[in-house]
Design a protein around this ligand. Structure first.
Ligand code: GLU
Length: 400
């Protein structure tokens, strides 16, 4: 007899977290491992944000807060949406959770009934389909193409919509491909969505600020105001503000949904960490100039990695607009034999053999619903990235 519930059979351990943990363990055991698996900036949280947290501790901001966020943080989020996205929300339309992941979890659990379909363009962030499955819904993946730089085409979106579609989960810049949609590409998708008023839009804008080459970020409700009433615009401080461990995510959308999310959260975690909320107030209201400085470094790393991976035998790597990921195809390595003698039949084999042979940890594409490919996070030192790419080139060159 199984100890765990039937619902647990619908959810897998997060591959991004599992591989990051494995790399950490191998390193602790003394192996020379370069970990390109975790999606988190290698930069420290800026000092002004850390000081706001210290001030919150010393000021005894250490008790329970309002379940879905302190008024000061909600005000900062309202101001952020107005300033950066041209979106007007009331504080009652804003919710704050323990990371973007909790906000997504709450939103899907609060809305999805058995049989509801949730459209997810692939490659997708590993957690989307599992959360949908856990909520009892049916994930409907739409595979994008490398030739389209992994961007969803309006015809493919329209073909996937059925009377049962509840949500489209949209993510630009994308984890894992880094693809970001410009104004025209976004408009082509929102033109489809306006025709289907029963479809809700959950847009995960977590990588909003991480765009390069003067790319202009846009979000669905900004491009198509007719979608405002059925869009949940999700964001957080983890990536742009180098605050992954602080766990603050937030979203704004229809009041009825925000209220339901609050009810769910009141019965699970209650408020997000009080100190981290004060740090997030400073992140959103304080100086923003360090983001451009960090992006300059990220852009250089992206260019380095794309160029070096395209020089590796059997790899093809598009140059994405944003995030800190690249998503090379390893189709040219499939069917070959690794130095260990093992056949590389899948992208998971590729990632496993690469880790064994060269100590480079990457996440296999099948975890993101589209392979054969793998994800590299280039949010690591330029020196390590260069060394890792040399090792990948050597590994690819050793396949027979
Ligand atoms: N979002 C990051 C990643 O994709 C953090 C790990 C996770 O929550 O998946 O690597």
């Amino acid at each position: 007899m199984s100890l765990v519930s039937a619902a647990m059979k619908r959810i897998n351990p997060s591959a991004t977290i599992a591989i990051s943990n494995k790399a950490r363990e191998l390193k602790a055991a003394g192996r020379d491992v370069i970990a390109l698996a975790a999606g988190e900036p290698d930069f420290d949280t800026p000092d002004n944000i850390k000081e706001a947290a210290i001030k919150a501790i010393n000021g005894n901001q250490t008790r329970y807060t309002a379940v879905d966020g302190i008024p000061e943080l909600k005000a900062a989020i309202v101001a952020k949406f107005k300033r950066e996205n041209g979106l007007t929300y009331k504080p009652s339309q804003v919710t704050v959770g323990t990371g973007g992941k909790q906000v997504l979890f709450n939103a899907l659990l609060a809305t999805v009934d058995a049989g509801d379909e949730v459209i997810i363009p692939a490659p997708y962030w590993v957690s989307y389909p599992d959360i949908v499955n856990f909520a009892g819904g049916t994930p409907v993946a739409i595979e994008t193409k490398l030739e389209d730089n992994f961007k969803l085409k309006p015809e493919a979106l329209e073909a996937a919509i059925t009377p049962k579609t509840k949500w489209l989960i949209f993510n630009s810049p994308s984890n894992p491909s880094g693809a970001a949609y410009n104004r025209d590409e976004m408009k082509a998708l929102t033109d489809v969505l306006v025709k289907y008023p029963h479809v809700l839009i959950l847009t995960d804008d977590m990588y909003e600020h991480l765009v390069y080459d003067d790319f202009e970020f846009v979000t669905p409700a900004q491009i198509e105001p007719a979608l405002y009433d059925r869009t949940l615009t999700m964001n957080g401080v983890s990536k742009a503000y180098c605050m992954t461990g602080w766990r603050i995510g937030y979203a704004a959308g229809p009041e009825e949904l925000i209220k339901a999310i609050g009810t769910l959260q009141s019965q699970s975690t209650s408020n997000p960490n009080s100190i981290a909320q004060w740090a997030a107030v400073e992140a959103l209201n304080g100086p923003q100039d360090f983001i451009a400085a960090n992006n300059k470094v990220f852009k250089e790393r992206r260019d380095l990695v794309v160029s070096m991976l395209n020089q590796a035998n059997g790899l093809t790597c598009p140059k994405p607009e944003g995030a800190f990921y690249v998503y090379p195809s390893c189709a040219g390595a499939i069917g070959k034999t690794a130095p260990s003698g093992k056949l590389i039949a899948t992208d998971e084999d590729f990632a496993t053999e690469l880790l064994d042979a060269e100590g480079v940890a990457v996440v296999h594409g099948s975890a993101f619903g589209l392979g054969p490919a793998f994800r590299i996070s280039y949010a690591t030192s330029t020196k390590d990235l260069e060394e890792a790419c040399l090792r990948i080139q050597r590994f690819c060159g050793s396949l027979r």
